[in-house]
Write a protein that binds this ligand. Structure first.
Ligand code: IPE
Ligand code: IPE
Ligand code: MG
Length: 247
């Protein structure tokens, strides 16, 4: 099935977010260690980033490492960090060739020094690109992001830079890591799990959710296109009636 040709290119969502899950189970299925799954997951990232560019997506956020993931066995965490460094340095030229700008959300300072450095370098080298913005969520926790926003708002109120009456949806939004990025219209999670795992809790208040049983290393741009076709078949009512949104 060619899903790409079914996409209404004029109504492609501006922002798609993906919880890339199932690398470990995919590896197990292939009788390999978990890291083999993570390595193969990189091919899926490449394919999906390429696909996102092809259909003119503005923002693609990939959940790559949560703060909870730090509690995994040391050897897996170390391998993931190493894979991250290698992937970033390998991919920078491809990102530039495809006009992709790299951004991150999460606590970069908690990553190993070489990881943080490689990421900063890649962000710097791609900052002028005007095509897709690829946002990697690394050492990311949505609750921490929200708490940090609350602390910053409280401190701005104390310093008279903000009044309590000023605080509203859009002001609060501007204090998040994703401040300048529109909320995702579509959230995808792979591997047959139906939960959010502390990802973008505020930002997905009205996102369409799409779940697939495929493990992340089996997910390709064709699957992304399929999810977008599914999304485009939905009616987003935002609390209104079907008649009001008038399709
Ligand atoms: C997702 O795959 C990658 C990360 C969370 C880093 P998992 O490693 O969670 O794979 P499963 O869920 O154990 O199969
Ligand atoms: C969520 O996957 C985090 C990432 C995809 C990076 P997990 O595998 O860590 O989530 P849980 O443990 O199933 O909730
Ligand atoms: Mg998992």
């Amino acid at each position: 099935m060619d899903y790409k040709s079914q996409i209404n290119i004029k109504e492609v969502p501006g922002h798609v977010a993906i919880i890339m899950d199932g690398n470990g189970r995919w590896a197990k299925q292939h009788n390999k260690p978990r890291i083999f799954g993570h390595k193969n997951g990189v091919f899926s990232v490449r394919s999906v980033v390429e696909g996102a560019g092809e259909i003119g997506l503005k923002y693609l956020t990939l959940y790559a490492f949560s703060t909870e993931n730090w509690k995994r066995p040391k050897i897996e965490v170390a391998a993931l960090m190493q894979l991250l460094v290698a992937t970033i340095s390998n991919e920078v030229s491809a990102l530039n060739k495809n006009n992709v700008r790299l951004l991150t959300i999460g606590d970069l300072s908690s990553l190993p020094g070489n990881c943080e450095k490689e990421l900063q370098k890649a962000m710097d080298k791609t900052k002028g690109n005007t095509g897709l913005s690829l946002i990697l969520a690394l050492s990311y926790s949505s609750k921490t992001e929200i708490i940090n926003a609350v602390k910053k708002i409280a401190s701005d109120v104390v310093e008279n830079a903000l009044t309590i009456e000023d605080i509203n949806d859009s002001v609060f939004n501007s204090y998040l890591d994703t401040a300048v990025i529109e909320d995702p219209q579509l959230l995808i999670r792979t591997s047959g799990e139906y939960r959010l795992s502390n990802f973008l809790l505020w930002q997905i208040a009205y996102s369409e959710l799409y779940f697939t049983d495929k493990f992340w290393p089996d997910f390709t741009k064709e699957d992304l296109f399929k999810a977008i076709v599914d999304y485009q078949g939905r009616e987003r009512r935002f609390g209104l009636t079907s008649e009001q949104v008038g399709k």
